[in-house]
Design a protein around this ligand. Structure first.
Ligand code: HEM
Length: 392
């Protein structure tokens, strides 16, 4: 039997939160499989390994009972299920994400929202686009897609943040769960009311297709999967938009080229590669196995670090840099395998097709006066926490 992976006792969660990329670069070179004490997990930082884990759900299960997610959501969501149970719940929501529905229903709705939210931005001033645009736009487009338009942008963002904080509450402190409990009560009350509305007047939103299905999944699962979409559908498009804007505004030559070629889709893919909005995922090891010659025992939790996989020297030249026109970009920001992000195409379109071209059309001389003023944070989820842009 091979030896266990080396144990690291120097990496801290705080350092990972501030700037994980130098750490990942070192780990890829020196110890691509490593047990990190501060996280209580085995980190995998090479692209081939992160993909291997996600593509092999039999050996690496999503059903990890040791996470606080179940407590935070007051249910077991589809993200933490395997096999048929996972498929059944994923398929229940799938009609809302079909290419036809995206084109017919969501793109026109998103264009209207984008138009409205961009037109209320002031001109000739420095504005923090995180609270002024990226957060609310992500919240409103998601509310429409999920069929919960009655929720305000503030509620959507607050619920999402509370669910994320609760799901990440590995210290099992009371306070974050008190906040998720309150958010759950508010969401449950809203969903109770909206179920009847959707029964009377069905549409293609996720809540509507699930409650009106011929053979519906249990109500507890309908609710918890709408909640997982709230918890996992605001931060990422918001952070992706802010990251791409940062990348383009700090690389004016690339911005000119993207604008000239209408290559906003490419800019989107490079932004999410460069800084993966969901940087890590966990999987529970179901049988003793080996990765890169290190023993990985049953019961261990491995962390696939897609943020690192996306800069792996085996796949990318100058992976640390934002380069829209790179030869190839097989990034893993939307995951792999059966849990591949269900919102991939919606996010690509809402950010890449709708918002980016509109924003640069309305503010053609937009600039970032002080790139150093932009603060980046996050280990599990990552993006700029502010984006002070001069709008003109
Ligand atoms: C740039 C935007 C986005 C990124 C980078 C992203 C990333 C991801 C990743 C990495 C996963 C897989 C997690 C794992 O393997 O454990 C995931 C799952 C998921 N995402 Fe996204 N996401 C984005 C936007 C969205 C949006 C807008 C929605 C809309 C509802 C959404 C809904 C979901 C759902 C439902 C899952 C769970 C799928 C399953 O377990 O079968 N995502 N996302």
């Amino acid at each position: 039997m091979a030896d266990l992976a080396p144990l690291d006792e120097t990496i801290t969660l705080d350092r990972l939160d501030r700037d994980p990329f130098p750490i990942y670069r070192r780990l890829r070179a020196e110890a691509p499989v490593i047990r990190v004490k501060a996280a209580g997990r085995t980190f995998l930082t090479k692209a081939a390994d992160t993909k291997f884990v996600k593509d092999n759900p039999g050996l690496f299960s999503s059903d990890d009972p040791n996470t606080p997610m179940k407590r935070a959501f007051r249910a077991h969501t589809l993200m933490r299920k395997d096999g048929e149970a996972h498929q059944r719940e994923r398929m229940a929501m799938a009609p809302a994400f079909s290419p036809k529905v995206i084109t017919q229903d969501w793109i026109p709705a998103f264009e209207k929202i984008a138009e409205e939210y961009v037109s209320r931005l002031p001109r000739g001033e420095v504005v923090d686009l995180f609270p002024a645009l990226a957060g609310p736009y992500a919240a409103r487009t998601l509310a429409v897609l999920l069929g919960i338009e009655d929720a305000s942008d503030e509620e959507m963002q607050r619920w999402s943040q509370h669910l994320i904080d609760g799901a990440g509450n590995f210290g099992w402190r009371d306070e974050p769960f008190e906040r998720t409990d309150r958010a759950n009560d508010e969401m449950d009350a809203l969903f109770d009311r909206l179920q009847d509305v959707h029964r009377a007047k069905p549409n293609n939103s996720a809540l509507s297709v699930m409650v009106n299905a011929d053979d519906p999944i249990p109500q507890s699962q309908i609710y918890s999967n709408i909640k997982i979409a709230i918890g996992g559908g605001i931060n990422e498009p918001r952070d992706a938009l802010n990251t791409i804007l940062f990348g383009l505004l700090t690389n004016p030559d690339q911005l000119d080229e993207v604008r000239g070629n209408d290559d906003w889709d490419k800019a989107f893919e490079e932004g999410v590669r460069w800084v993966a909005p969901i940087s890590v995922s966990s999987r529970l090891v179901t049988e003793d196995t080996e990765i890169r010659g290190c023993a990985v025992p049953k019961g261990d939790t491995v962390m696939t670090i897609q943020a690192s996989a996306n800069r792996d020297e085996d796949l990318y030249e100058r992976g640390e840099e934002f380069i829209v026109y790179r030869d190839k970009n097989p990034h893993q920001s939307f995951g792999n395998g059966p849990h591949f992000c269900q919102g991939t195409h919606v996010a690509r379109r809402s950010v890449g097709r709708v918002m980016l071209p509109l924003l640069f059309d309305r503010f053609p001389n937009m600039s970032l006066p002080d790139p150093d003023a932009v603060i980046w944070r996050g280990f599990g989820f990552r993006g700029p926490v502010n984006l002070p842009v001069l709008l003109q």
